[in-house]
Write a protein that binds this ligand. Structure first.
Ligand code: SAH
Ligand code: MG
Length: 217
């Protein structure tokens, strides 16, 4: 999105949000893109989503942004990294959103139903998947049983810095390591798999780093 449109959008500009944004940029924390955030927040307003599950808290930036929409939004969010978890907790305290955001310190793949008995508790209206890219299919299969019918799954970074969906030739040029090659293949497999899920209607959007929005039918 060009800056002209971005500047026309009103965004949450509290001191804390500005500090978190700057911290993320300075420390390479991969927070959601400005455009992706605007879209996600509007999706929450439009669908009146109140119970949200997030996979990948990082420093709590997207969780705090989502919870700031309305006092009756409750978010369970999962983070495996202890340092990120501690920063997120401190930011959530500063935002006075302790009653609205519950952080589960665990690997997403090990999260059980019990862990999700937090403040949002399952029967989620929306699930935001934004953690280890190679695990998206596993996260999707693990958490969508807790999504209500008509609920929405949003996945972030499906274009992975523009490396996903390149021609074989462009890939050869731009993707140098074996690890990266494997990861890109995994994301492409996931996108393909997601597009074919019969129980969902999915849109793939060129927003930020590539986002999918799926409705549970
Ligand atoms: N949603 C955040 C950004 C998340 S960045 C925002 O937009 O503000 C991705 C985060 O997912 C990282 O903090 C990373 O530690 C975490 N993560 C990666 N794999 C994970 C896993 N398997 N389980 C839990 N957290 C994971
Ligand atoms: Mg992301």
């Amino acid at each position: 999105m060009n800056d002209y449109f971005l500047n026309l959008n009103s965004t949450n500009n509290t001191k804390l949000i500005k500090e978190m944004y700057q911290y993320a940029k300075a420390n390479d924390v991969p927070i959601i893109s400005d455009e992706g955030l605007i879209y996600l927040l509007q999706l929450i307003r439009l669908t009146n989503a109140k119970k949200i599950l997030e996979v990948g808290t990082a420093i709590g930036y997207s969780a705090i942004q989502m919870a700031s929409i309305s006092k009756d939004i409750h978010i369970d969010t999962i983070e495996r990294d202890i340092d990120s978890y501690n920063i997120a907790i401190s930011n959530i305290n500063k935002a006075k959103l302790n009653d609205n955001i519950h952080v589960v310190l665990k690997d997403g793949l090990e999260v059980t139903k019990m862990d999700l008995m937090g403040i949002a508790s399952y029967e989620y209206d929306l699930i935001f998947i934004d953690a280890a890219k190679a695990q998206y299919k596993n996260f999707f299969n693990l958490f969508t049983p807790y999504l209500k019918k008509g609920g929405i799954v949003v996945c972030d970074n499906l274009l992975f810095h523009g490396l996903v969906g390149l021609s074989a030739e462009e890939k050869e040029k731009n993707i140098t390591t074996k690890n990266l090659k494997g990861l890109v293949r995994k994301i492409e497999e996931f996108n393909d798999w997601l597009s074919k899920q019969k129980g969902y209607k999915t849109d793939f959007l060129k927003i930020g780093d590539g986002m999918s929005v799926s409705t549970k039918l």
